[in-house]
Design a protein around this ligand. Structure first.
Ligand code: NAD
Length: 261
């Protein structure tokens, strides 16, 4: 049985990748597509369906919706999905407290997968970064650098934050107490245990992340480079097929991939 899926934002970069990736998959079937009322291509055929701006029609048709849009859209659709107890796969990044609260409400009544990165490689990097930090300790200065295309709105990327939090977990430190997201001016010596995250924006880069660990006279770098959005789309559709029928709750990509917590 294939999961009946609604794709949000089919005119967007990830929306298009999701429609493309769904073709030929046996585990999912796209049954609806929901976009903004002013989106280009509304009413046109997207893959096997016609895009609509009516959330009720789109959500009622599906078992699970896949959301790579914007924080405000994620918030609004989560409220409608909560009324319908609809399963969800959420890839939107840059979520704030209000959006997280709306997802927490949805997770009380439906199973949802939330991940700032749906690629297998990045989820492996999370485990490697945590292990490196645990072995090396805070004496090795840890820095994360992320690069994305010029249209990306949120910074640092959700993936960079996940990697930085994995490093903090490896150190056994409180991330919010040791994070450093920008440096400018007379910043003084680097405090031991600080975890830096730096952002680069330009061109059409899909996503690059490097975690560096600087020791005395040596350096370790763990890097991931995405060369196609298809890796995120394939992971998100795999999550959509996996999440249908699960008990209500919030799951991450590690659970979908079957990695031990
Ligand atoms: P984009 O701007 O190209 O596409 C966003 C789409 O959302 C557009 O089609 C827009 O019309 C649509 N949209 C906006 N409001 C809507 C609403 N109320 N209802 C339905 N559709 C609505 O952006 P993108 O590059 O595709 O990225 C989208 C999000 O996905 C960003 O937050 C990005 O950071 C995130 N992202 C996550 C991953 C991951 O693996 N988790 C990977 C890539 C991108």
């Amino acid at each position: 049985m294939s999961a009946r899926v609604c794709i949000l934002g089919p005119s967007g970069r990830m929306g298009r990748a999701l429609i493309d990736a769904s073709a030929g998959r046996a585990d999912v079937r796209v049954v609806s597509a929901l976009d903004r009322p002013d989106a280009s291509g509304l009413g046109a055929q997207v893959g096997p369906v016609v895009a609509t701006a009516d959330p009720a029609t789109a959500l009622d048709a599906c078992e699970v919706y896949v959301d790579f849009t914007s924080p405000s859209a994620t918030h609004a659709i989560a409220k409608l999905a909560t009324q319908r107890k609809r399963a969800a796969v959420i890839g939107t990044t840059g979520l704030g407290a209000a959006e997280e609260a709306a997802l927490a409400e949805l997770a009380k009544v439906a199973p949802i997968v939330v991940a700032a990165n749906f690629s297998l490689g990045v989820n492996l990097v999370l485990g490697l970064a945590r292990q490196a930090a645990a072995v090396l300790g805070p004496e090795w200065d840890a820095e994360v650098v992320e690069t994305h295309h010029r249209a990306k709105r949120d910074a640092p990327s959700g993936t960079a934050l996940m990697i930085a939090r994995a490093i903090a977990a490896g150190h056994g430190s409180d991330y919010d107490a040791v994070k450093r997201h920008s440096r400018d001016g007379d910043i003084g010596p680097r405090p031991q245990g600080e975890i830096g995250v730096s952002t680069v924006r330009g061109g059409d880069v899909i996503g690059e992340h490097t975690a560096s660990f600087f020791g005395p006279a040596e350096r370790i770098e763990i890097s991931h480079r995405a060369s196609s959005r298809s890796i995120f789309a394939a992971g998100a559709l795999r999550a959509a097929a996996w999440v249908v029928g699960k008990p209500p709750g919030r799951y991450d990509m590690l659970a979908v991939l079957g990695f031990a917590p």
